[in-house]
Write a protein that binds this ligand. Structure first.
Ligand code: PLP
Length: 362
């Protein structure tokens, strides 16, 4: 079966000698390898104001703190995402307020949130779901009008762009995940990208118990609670090796995605997603709407190709029951969207077969 997701691990002969070196170096905690990886990743994104972290969830947590979210505040979010986006809001003691999604692509619709902003709203978080880029222009406008910052959860969207600029340069806060099945994995890891470098020092302290790593421990005074969110040298060493493959791997997701965009555009029973002007997806999963979804999934699986909606809508979890509301865009989207494999492991031959299979109908 061609899977929907698959970790990319660099070739043994390249990765293992580097891992062996770091494991027996005596320096496996946070050190030089982390600095080196951070620098490579910053160069790739084109933003210097970034912090490596132990996970994408850590990045969300720090972004919410920097945005000023406190217990009892409200954060506007999307139900169309993986769990961490919204459990991180709950972790803050804040209330999730559900915006609705654009039924054309499952992405949070800025129009749907205009009337939800109150004086308790401290942040808006949207997700570049499956690698499609959110309506940045729309969120910028709302943010300018209301002063509420937005957070771009780009865990699915490494290597995507908006108006020609890499994701990680386009929002006050951008969150990346380097978890197992994301575009680039360090086994676990994450990054927070910022636009205001005055917040960088505070973010750095939040990453490490509230301590200022530039001073000795004896001279330190913790003034704000921080966490243990730093990456370690072992994960960073994997990241450093992964950076040799990043352009090629992301390029393969994008080439496969564009191939499907062209080949599936006029197929009966398929509706392709709407991409916002200026958005260049990085196609973590290929996303579309299909008629008779269950039959579609069965047909694909019978032909050795995984197909699934993959994510469970977040708003139906019990912990969010006080936030429940009608979301017509979500209802429409959720009943017919599906993903097909699109990543680095999908060869030109595979994608050609997948398209032929879909064109035959189900
Ligand atoms: C993977 C993911 C995260 C962060 O996950 P970690 O496992 O903590 O790195 C955040 N948001 C979304 C949408 C994700 O898919």
């Amino acid at each position: 079966m061609i899977p929907l997701v698959k970790p990319f691990i660099p070739p043994r002969e390249v990765l293992i000698p580097e891992l062996e070196k770091i494991l027996y170096s005596g320096y496996i905690a946070t050190g030089q390898a982390v600095d080196d990886f951070e620098n490579d990743f910053k160069r790739y994104i084109g933003n210097q104001d970034m912090l490596s972290l132990h996970s994408g969830t850590d990045a969300l947590h720090i972004a919410f703190i920097l945005a000023g979210v406190k217990p009892g505040d409200e954060v506007i979010s999307t139900p169309m995402t993986a769990e961490p986006t919204n459990t991180a809001i709950a972790m803050m003691g804040a209330k999730v307020v559900w915006g609705d999604v654009d039924p054309r692509n499952g992405l949070l619709d800025p129009e749907s949130i205009k009337n939800l902003i109150t004086e308790k709203t401290k942040a808006i978080v949207f997700v570049d779901y499956a690698g499609m880029v959110g309506d940045i222009a729309g969120f910028r406008k709302i943010s300018e009008e209301t002063g509420v910052p937005f957070i771009e959860d780009a865990a699915h969207a490494l290597g995507s762009k908006f108006d020609g600029k890499m994701t990680g340069c386009n929002a006050p806060y951008t969150v990346f995940s380097l978890q197992a099945i994301k575009h680039l994995t360090t086994v676990d890891g994450g990054f927070l990208a910022m636009q205001n470098n005055e917040e960088l020092d505070r973010a750095r302290k939040l990453r490490w118990f509230g301590l200022d790593k530039k001073r000795s421990r004896l001279e330190n005074d913790i003034t704000e609670v921080g966490y243990k969110y730093a990456m370690n040298n072992v994960n960073a060493t994997i990241g450093l090796v992964q950076m040799q493959y990043i352009e090629e791997n992301v390029g393969r997701y994008i080439a496969n995605g564009k191939y499907y965009d062209n080949e599936l555009a006029n197929v009966d029973g398929v509706t392709l997603p709407y991409y916002y002007p200026g958005a260049e997806a990085s196609y973590w999963l290929y996303t579309m709407k299909v008629e008779r979804r269950n039959e579609f999934i069965k047909m694909m699986e019978a032909n050795g190709v995984a197909a699934s909606p993959l994510h469970h809508r977040s708003d139906t979890h019990s912990i969010f029951k006080e936030s429940r509301r009608e979301l017509p865009g979500m209802e429409e989207w959720y009943s017919s969207f599906v993903h097909i494999p699109c990543g680095w492991w999908v060869t030109e031959e595979d994608r050609c077969k997948i398209v032929e299979q879909i064109k035959k109908g189900w």
